[in-house]
Design a protein around this ligand. Structure first.
Ligand code: SAM
Ligand code: SF4
Length: 420
């Protein structure tokens, strides 16, 4: 059997889409190769959200050119946000690539495979999105983004919002639950706007309510939520459904109103603060994670201090921090006065250090407490899984715990993981 290898970088959406690509490749008769060098076909699932990710993609394409020179039958397929609308330009500049297909354009992948004589004829795009029999599966529910934050390349590469029909998602999750999946994470750049483009205009609350009734499923997560679109009804739905986990990913990006305006985020610090208050009032023991950008054009020391102060005030469980990276086509590129790289680095370190203290403190309060963990696998003789609040837990245990919900006592905590 020929072998395939999928190289994935970037967000959870890319990881979920890679699973689907693997599903199709296995239908074509390929099997997973242990390493890229042993594969006959490689798929690069790419990210260009920051320049550093794009440079990694270009470096890997250069490396693959060397392999293709010595092994002409080797096939190279590229998907993800590196694939922009000018595919002709990509084809001219990377002639060793056999196919560029846009994120989630499985029809394009199937057409290519059919032409090579390796695909199966007919429309297979409605099939379940994953071959997964894993405990936890990621399910894209809405593609693209309509928000056009001034720094972000995603809407240009993934297009406008397009929701999957609610029946299709429920059907897929039901099928996965029958095969043993216990937890699903619903994915979208902005899951809060799910459904507005569908004929019956369902919303995320409707979807969560339907999924809560799926037999065998134990937990439901979703990300990412946009602070401007997170309404009270959704907060109440999360609080009322037993399978929906108490974890919300709510990117703040900056703690200063002028910066938020320049970023075109569509909310203020005051709105965000009130939203967090509502969420914490309605959903007990909710965990919050966020994204922050430091070094946005013209970010002053005072503005950065306001972001730090907001992180101290809210006390997030997790903070993903990135240094601003100018991206082609985005409107923030019009701003001059870039913050110097050293200053960006210094600000990034400050956020990371502050957050390590906060997360260390939040997690240490769990020591001695009993928490419910869904066991996802084992590593170096220990089982691992996550709490409902999305904290990673490693635990001792001789029995086969895979896929089980177990109550464990936390014995040790660090900012990044718990021992039980
Ligand atoms: N849709 C989500 C939201 O509303 O924030 C996040 C999706 S975005 C692909 C993931 C994260 O990458 C963002 O939250 C932001 O912090 C970061 N990011 C996006 N563009 C960036 C840029 N040009 N420079 C640095 N970080 C960036
Ligand atoms: Fe990018 Fe903003 Fe859309 Fe998130 S909401 S994907 S940051 S444009």
């Amino acid at each position: 059997m020929p072998g395939y290898y999928i190289w994935t970088i970037g967000c959870q959406m890319n990881k979920a889409e890679s699973q689907r690509v693997a599903y199709y490749l296995e239908l074509f008769g390929y099997q997973a190769a242990p390493v890229l060098q042993r594969a006959d076909l490689v798929v690069l699932n790419t990210c260009v959200v920051r320049q550093s990710a794009e440079s990694k993609v270009i470096g890997t394409l250069g490396y693959l050119k060397g392999i293709k020179n010595s092994k002409p039958d080797f096939s190279i397929l590229v998907t993800g946000c590196f694939v922009d609308s000018d595919v002709k330009w990509l084809e001219r500049n990377f002639p060793h690539v056999d196919l560029f297909f846009k994120p989630s354009d499985y029809a394009g992948l199937l057409r290519w495979a059919e032409k090579q004589g390796i695909g199966i004829p007919g429309d297979r795009t409605g099939l379940p999105s994953t071959k997964s029999t894993s405990v936890s599966a990621s399910i894209p529910i809405i593609q693209g983004c309509n928000n056009f934050c001034s720094y972000c390349i995603v809407p240009y590469r993934r297009g406008r919002e397009k929701s999957r029909p609610i029946e299709e998602i429920v059907c897929e999750v039901t099928e996965l639950a029958k095969r043993g999946t216990r937890e699903v994470t619903l994915l979208g750049q902005n899951v809060n706007s799910y459904g507005h483009d569908l004929p019956t205009q369902p919303n995320l609350s409707n979807l969560l309510t339907e999924l809560n009734d799926v037999d065998g499923l134990a937990r439901i997560r979703f990300l990412t939520s946009h602070p401007k679109d997170m309404g009270q009804k959704l907060i109440q739905t999360i609080a009322s459904l037993d399978k929906v986990c108490e974890h919300i990913s709510l990117p703040l990006q900056a703690g200063d109103n002028d910066l938020l305006k320049a970023m075109r985020r569509g909310y203020t610090v005051e709105h965000y603060r009130q939203l967090v208050g509502n969420i914490r009032n309605c959903i007990s023991e909710v965990a919050l994670s966020t994204d922050v950008i430091v070094g946005f054009p013209n970010e002053t020391e005072e503005q950065f201090e306001r972001t730090l102060a907001m992180l101290e005030e809210i006390r997030f469980d997790t903070v993903h921090v990135a240094a601003y990276s100018p991206r082609p086509g985005t409107s923030s590129r019009e701003y001059k006065d870039e913050v110097l790289p050293d200053i960006k680095k210094e600000r990034l370190n400050k956020v990371e250090m502050l957050q390590a203290d906060i997360a260390g403190d939040i997690n240490s309060r769990l020591t001695g407490k009993i928490v419910e963990v869904l066991v996802e696998g084992s590593k170096r003789g220990k089982w691992y899984g996550r709490t409902r609040s999305n904290k990673l837990v490693f635990c001792e245990g001789d029995n086969d715990c895979l896929g089980r919900l177990i109550d464990v006592t936390i014995t040790k905590a660090s900012p990044w993981a718990l021992q039980a």
